[in-house]
Design a protein around this ligand. Structure first.
Ligand code: C5P
Length: 215
């Protein structure tokens, strides 16, 4: 199976209260983005790695054999830019702000995804989730059927291209990558992820990640 990895690192991370984008902050002895890059480079299925980031950050990754693409205004626009560089029949998309992925979860994801054409890592929801309107509870959702999506996500190249055509035609915004498959009515497999695969969003997340790195 030949896979192109697209690492999304084009966001500014405004909730981190830092002038440097969060995925390029130092964490332990390397940058946040390097944690996921190192895992991707250990897998023989990964034929190329494409990092979508601003040109100002590219020199920080000069020791890696990667292709670059320029970010767009929305996450899906950044993915579109990355996809233009991708040459493999399978695409694995990952947020650079999630450093703690493992070889095992990637392999589980690829295994599940190749059966249906689309798969995402996700965790069962443990909290009770309320749907709201103007700060009033509308209803409580049935958490036994709810999952929180993570990245990496995995789709066939052809399905992603079809998904982009559909969202462009209907002027839709998606918040993750398997939504392209869902919108086309294509089955998307859930693969149980790991709770350590957090997205570094706030300074508190960063403090937790630093504590893990110093264990
Ligand atoms: O903002 P959020 O944390 O949801 O972004 C998820 C990932 O998508 C991050 O790694 C961020 O760098 C990336 N992103 C991007 N281009 C954008 C917005 C977000 O590459 N326009």
């Amino acid at each position: 199976m030949a896979i192109s990895a697209i690492i999304l690192a084009g966001g500014m991370g405004s909730r981190m209260q830092s002038t440097l984008a969060k995925q390029f902050l130092p964490l332990g002895n390397k940058l946040v983005i390097e944690y996921c890059l190192e895992v991707f480079f250990t897998l023989p299925e990964i034929k190329e790695v494409i990092v979508v980031c601003d040109t100002a950050y590219r020199h920080l990754l000069s020791s890696y054999p990667i292709k670059f693409a320029s970010p767009g205004p929305r996450r899906q626009d950044s993915l579109y830019q990355g996809l233009q560089q991708a040459t493999s029949p399978w695409i694995c998309i990952h947020d650079a702000a999630r450093p703690f992925i493992t070889q095992k979860i990637l392999k589980d994801l690829f295994e599940a995804g190749k059966e249906t054409g689309a798969a995402t890592l996700a965790l069962p929801i443990v909290s009770t989730v309320k749907q709201s309107h103007e700060m009033l509870v509308e209803k409580t959702l049935d958490r036994s059927v709810l999952w929180e999506a993570q990245t990496p996500q995995f789709l066939s190249h052809a399905l992603l291209v079809q998904g982009f055509a559909y969202t462009q035609q209907h002027n839709l915004t998606v918040t993750d990558d398997v939504m392209f498959a869902e919108l086309l009515g294509h089955p998307t497999k859930l693969v149980k992820g790991i709770s350590k695969n957090i997205k570094l969003t706030t300074p508190e997340d960063f403090a937790l990640a630093q504590a893990w790195c110093s264990l």
